[in-house]
Write a protein that binds this ligand. Structure first.
Ligand SMILES: C[S@@+](CC[C@H](N)C(=O)[O-])C[C@H]1O[C@@H](n2cnc3c(N)ncnc32)[C@H](O)[C@@H]1O
Length: 239
């Protein structure tokens, strides 16, 4: 199943199932507003991979304009609507999308828990850099599900912290602050954990496990929790 189909299929369950993503969105917004920097309460916001509106729902200051881009119409249908909100169906792998967006006026770019699904993160970073705007990006990295992947003999399909750091330094063209944080989510048992992975869209459409791998995990997974690793990349230097 493609990433798009996966998010579309489970869109209605997204808000229930994504505690970690909710925490990530909260951290992005609180670290933005706590800086006291002139750009800390931006008025014209672009949100890449906006989903059902986690970022928009956390904005508690006056804004003029919010454009949320997502390639899942099911996720967009759950996003709050308002006169100053545009829900734009678009794919951040498509450079033309960015050309269109650069015709508009923004003062901040945000992306929470989405860019790990980019086909080419470095290219998306280059597209973001061309706006010449401050940004806050939170991207899941390869330490996510580390023990699960190791136990099942799988390799991560999302970029590592080191790769994200290198791409950010190469492609974003401004001083960036890069921080890696780990999270965990506890489960009653491994079966519940596997059900969560299936229903939350976090597997990114990969048909994650064969019967044999599932059995191996059920027998051998040593933890009561799932691991998540998130890389926060911020730039406030172009305000
Ligand atoms: C884990 S959700 C995060 C949603 C929201 N930003 C949040 O913090 O809750 C990832 C979102 O990225 C979207 N997405 C993934 N790949 C995308 C792409 N190539 N272009 C646009 N949206 C994409 C998915 O449809 C999904 O809504």
């Amino acid at each position: 199943m493609s990433v798009n189909k996966e998010f579309s299929k489970y869109a209605h369950k997204y808000q229930q199932l994504n505690q970690i993503q909710a925490e990530v969105a909260r951290k992005l917004i609180t670290s933005l507003t706590r800086t006291g920097h002139p750009a800390c309460k931006p008025k014209k916001i672009l949100d890449l991979g906006c989903g059902s509106g986690a970022i928009y729902n956390l904005i508690d200051w006056e804004i003029e304009k919010f454009v949320g881009v997502d390639f899942s119409s099911n996720m967009l249908s759950l996003h709050p609507k308002a006169q100053n909100v545009t829900c734009k169906l678009g794919d951040f792998n498509d450079t033309k999308l960015f050309e269109e967006l650069r015709e508009e006026q923004f003062d901040y770019i945000i992306s929470a828990s989405a860019l790990q699904w980019a086909d080419n993160v470095q290219r998306v970073f280059s597209d973001i850099a061309k706006f010449d705007l401050p940004f806050s990006l939170a991207i899941f990295s390869a330490g996510t599900f580390a023990t699960l992947n190791k136990t099942a003999g799988l390799s991560s399909i999302i970029p590592s912290y080191e790769i994200l750091k290198e791409f950010a330094q190469n492609a974003l063209h401004v001083d960036v602050s890069i921080e890696k944080l780990s999270y965990s989510l506890e489960f009653e048992n491994t079966r519940e954990m596997l059900r969560y992975i299936k229903r939350s869209g976090v597997s990114g459409g990969r048909n994650l496990l064969t019967y044999k791998q599932t059995k191996k995990l059920m027998d051998e997974y040593p933890l009561r929790y799932l691991e998540f690793e998130v890389v926060y990349i911020n730039s406030f230097s172009k305000a």
